[in-house]
Ligand binder design. Structure first.
Ligand code: HGY
Ligand code: MN
Ligand code: MN
Length: 423
């Protein structure tokens, strides 16, 4: 395999979207301030999608863009033209994110196809390399957006109206760069899907195991809340006469954290709750905060647990209206169910690693992925490669190059094997 090709692609994509421009090809070059801000609908995203589409065309793939900017690149099958094997991920990042979350899955799928071309490895079924739009929700507030629309859980016209922080709709953001097409992928024409992804957790790195085979993908939902109290003078407003929105918000932060910890202790599951976004207005030390906007991320591998915790947190918010004298308005931008991976795909990946003599372990995903949406319509699996120190959604995210390469080799074998399956 041409070692440089896929590595160059990942380094180039790791450059497009950094506010402090840098080409990073070694762990030692990482720095907390050098993260990626490659959000859907930005110039950096245009450059990145154009870069990958050029590489796809060089590989002889037929590139099509759908109505919400999902990109598909097709390699025809040698024996049949239906029941494609699809593989890919996303290119958008979180704020100040890492360079492997998303692009690793896109470039791994592209490289697998390039290897099949170079080595004349036969794919009896067609292969589709896919780039999903807006997976992180960092621009348009709905995570796993492109795959949500693809599986028909959100109408295109409704998605087009989603607005980013500049007040730009998804439709306008795609149109300004010519990245809204009219292709429609019919998932009934796709038989299997594999997403290769960095684990984004510590298990593979700690256990020194190079490949993870995902069995279940966590459910995830966001709760967005606005707490409105009363701005007032910090010096003259008596402590018992305040409607302090930040005190109410702080109670929510501690409640969510405590209840998630208690649920892990009681249920031994994968419950997590995080308040990762909060704005305090007007935002001066001498003004009692009148308004707080906050975003809460809640996840569990078991939907009932996730729902219960969400209900407890929103219920606590309502209690605070009397306790703190605030008004709360709550929205749920999305609610993604947990989803098991398909046995036939999991077994195919396992046979591939066994045939290659590569150590692997089955595991669950604490991160959400487009794969969990696609799994509702297509037999789906995921391949994980280690995240150094388990870090992700951070500029310090890293996967060693030999682990990236191993993931590509396993994916290539699995795609080839799936392309021959007739079940
Ligand atoms: O948030 C997640 O789990 C994913 O990285 N979008
Ligand atoms: Mn992510
Ligand atoms: Mn991701």
């Amino acid at each position: 395999m041409s070692f440089q090709r896929w590595k160059e692609d990942l380094i180039e994509l790791g450059r497009l979207g950094r506010r402090i421009p840098a080409r990073i090809d070694a762990y030692g070059q990482l720095a907390p301030e050098k993260g990626l801000f490659r959000l859907e609908g930005t110039e950096e995203m245009r450059q990145s999608k154009e870069y990958v589409m050029a590489r796809m065309r060089e590989a002889g793939l037929k590139v099509r863009i759908d109505k919400v900017g999902n990109i598909f690149a097709r390699k025809e099958g040698s024996k049949i033209n239906r029941g494609a094997v699809m593989s890919g991920s996303h290119l958008d990042s979180v704020l100040n994110g890492g360079m492997f979350d998303g692009p690793l899955g896109v470039i791994s799928a592209l490289e697998a196809v390039r290897i099949m071309n170079d080595e004349a490895l036969e794919n009896e079924r067609p292969i589709e390399v896919v780039i999903f739009t807006g997976e992180e929700g960092s621009a348009f507030k709905k995570a796993l957006l492109g795959s949500l629309i693809l599986v028909g859980k959100m109408p295109v016209e409704e998605a087009w109206k989603l607005e980013n922080n500049e007040g730009l709709t998804l439709k306008a953001a795609l149109d300004r760069f010519g990245l809204r097409g009219d292709f429609e992928m019919d998932l009934s024409e796709v038989e299997y899907f594999i997403e290769t992804h960095v684990e984004q957790g510590p298990i593979l790195d700690q256990e020194k195991i190079p490949i993870g085979i995902v069995e279940n993908i966590t459910g995830l939902t966001w709760v967005s809340a606005i707490l409105e109290g009363e701005e007032n003078h910090a010096g003259t407003t008596p402590m018992f006469a305040r409607k302090d929105a930040l005190v109410a918000a702080a109670k929510i932060v501690l409640f969510a954290n405590r209840r998630a910890q208690e649920m892990v202790r009681e249920l031994g599951g994968s419950t997590v709750a995080t308040v990762g976004r909060m704005s305090v207005l007007p935002g001066a030390p001498n003004i009692v905060p009148g308004r707080v906007e906050m975003g809460i991320d809640i996840r569990d591998g078991i939907e009932e647990h996730m729902k219960n915790l969400m209900d407890e947190i929103t219920g606590r918010m309502k209690d605070l209206e009397a306790e703190c004298g605030v008004k709360t308005s709550i929205t749920v931008p999305f609610y993604h169910l947990p989803h098991p991976c398909s046995k036939v795909v999991v077994d195919t990946i396992e046979k591939a690693v066994q045939g290659m003599g590569i150590q692997a372990r089955r595991m669950n995903s604490g991160a959400g992925h487009d794969a969990q949406n696609i799994a509702e319509k297509v037999k789906t699996g995921m391949i994980f490669v280690p995240s150094v120190k388990g870090i992700s959604h951070s500029p310090m995210e890293w996967t060693n190059w030999e682990d990236v390469e191993r993931g590509i080799m396993v994916l290539t074998r699995a795609l080839k094997d799936l392309s021959k399956l007739r079940i």
